[in-house]
Design a protein around this ligand. Structure first.
Ligand SMILES: Cc1cc2nc3c(=O)[nH]c(=O)nc-3n(C[C@H](O)[C@H](O)[C@H](O)COP(=O)(O)OP(=O)(O)OC[C@H]3O[C@@H](n4cnc5c(N)ncnc54)[C@H](O)[C@@H]3O)c2cc1C
Length: 412
């Protein structure tokens, strides 16, 4: 039987679901509320579109936290190599960068949007823009979808409305209400991959400074809760950049539970305390007449020097040879543990991804079909799944979208 399918939401999950369902013989209409599909995809990876990651399956899944099991069947069915092949067939060759991150060779996320839209159209999908779906109701075995003053009937629905961050892209969380109206439970939503707001003015004084090859630790109530190496950024409100975003989900939870939440930055991760002490001794000895503030230039970016002098209570105009053992110890500790107290996080609208969403226990991972509303399929960020940065989220949207499209078109 040829199914009539309405896909709600034209992000990567919806576009690939629609194309796959149409390629599998269904008659497919995609309804997108914005004036064109893929508005969020277009800004992904700072406009370069980190579309996937070449990590092997188990390593890939480990980036999804506690819900990692759910995605296994979808990834087994459509994974990174399939994304690469599909994009290649759509004349968008890809390249791999640091940490297995996959990008279009053109460095243009817009090329990805154009390719997925072209793919959907070529398979026969009707894409209707400016159609914000407000209701889905059951009509016998099928559904009626309401948008504006219009409605459309279908025997299957694929819900791919995304999360609730960056609402200007069209993802305002409508899908949660639509899923709820069909009987689904929603795991409370919260920002994930979100910059952190810190106490005091240290971060704002360092605004714009980006640190590479540092180790950052998240400490909650005095206990190490997470740690990673890489790059971070100071902003006018606090801390951002890939390392901070990765640790942010646990930090958000800790802040919400009113736990003492700290970020500790190790500016010299390659040197253990003994080696760092030896390095400081050598520098102070070799440049005995140099002012401390000049000597520090060899140890840190210039913007950090006034902060370092203040927090270690070292006089910048002191000669290096006058630095006491106690002062050297303070400097060493500061270099290994530059501390920030987290007092909050930026709002959900600024999150890279929304955590929470449609409860995964109510969705069959082998088909993406709802267990509470047969005929409804779900994929992408509307589901309660979120991962670290690195292309994992877009691949999850594509994999779940592909499986939802295939199942909706073919399952009896
Ligand atoms: C700034 C930023 C950068 C990012 N960079 C990356 C990256 O480089 N790599 C990566 O893996 N992930 C990245 N992400 C995350 C990634 O964008 C999402 O995980 C992904 O877009 C989710 O795909 P989706 O199809 O589920 O939802 P979306 O892309 O959010 O698409 C949902 C679509 O549904 C439409 N819609 C919503 N409600 C309705 C309605 N009622 N009726 C009709 N249509 C509706 C929306 O307009 C939208 O087009 C980034 C996110 C942000 C915000």
């Amino acid at each position: 039987m040829k199914h009539t399918i309405i896909v709600i939401g034209g992000g990567p999950a919806g576009l690939l679901a629609a194309a796959t369902a149409a390629a599998s013989g269904a008659s497919v209409t995609l309804l997108e509320r914005m004036d064109r599909p893929g508005r969020k995809l277009r800004i992904c990876g700072k406009g370069r579109g980190n579309i996937g990651n070449t990590a092997p399956l188990d390593e890939f899944l480990a980036h999804f936290g506690k819900n990692f099991r759910f995605l296994r069947p979808a990834l087994a069915h459509f994974f990174t190599k399939d994304t690469i092949e599909l994009l290649h067939s759509l004349n968008v060759p890809t390249k791999e960068e640091r940490g297995g991150r996959l990008f279009p060779e053109s460095d243009s996320a817009q090329d990805l949007v154009d390719a997925f839209v072209r793919h959907a159209r070529t398979q026969g999908v009707t894409i209707r823009t400016g159609c914000r779906v407000r209701s889905i109701s059951r009509q016998g075995e099928g559904f009626e979808v309401g948008f504006g003053s219009q409605s459309l009937a279908a025997d299957r629905i694929i819900l791919t409305t995304g999360g609730a961050s960056y609402p200007a892209t069209g993802s305002t969380g409508d899908g949660y209400e639509l899923a709820k109206s069909l009987g689904h439970a929603i795991v409370p939503i919260a920002p994930a991959l979100i910059p952190l707001v810190t106490e005091g003015d240290t971060a704002s004084r360092l605004q714009g400074l980006s640190l590479k090859n540092v180790r950052v630790e998240l400490r909650v109530d005095g206990k190490k809760t997470g740690e990673d190496m890489g790059e971070m950024l100071f902003t006018h409100f606090g801390l951002s950049g890939p390392l901070i975003l990765t640790l942010s989900k646990a930090a958000v939870r800790a802040v919400d539970q009113h736990k003492k939440t700290e970020i500790l930055i190790d500016l010299k991760p390659a040197l253990d305390p003994a080696k760092l002490d030896a390095r400081l001794l050598r520098d102070l000895g070799e440049h005995g007449k140099m002012h401390v503030e000049n000597l520090l230039r060899g140890l840190m970016p210039p913007k950090l020097i006034p902060i370092c002098l203040e927090q270690t209570r070292l006089a910048g105009d002191k000669a290096a040879h006058q630095v006491s053992a106690e002062e050297r110890k303070r400097l060493r500790l500061w270099l290994k543990e530059l501390r920030f107290t987290v007092r909050g996080y930026r709002p959900l609208r600024e999150a890279i991804i929304t955590s929470g969403g449609v409860d995964l226990t109510e969705v069959n991972p082998k088909t993406m079909q709802s267990r509470v509303c047969p005929g409804l399929f779900l994929a992408g960020e509307v589901l309660d799944m979120d991962a670290d940065t690195g292309g994992f989220n877009l691949q999850a949207a594509l994999s779940s979208g592909h499986l939802a499209g295939l199942s909706a078109a073919t399952a009896s």
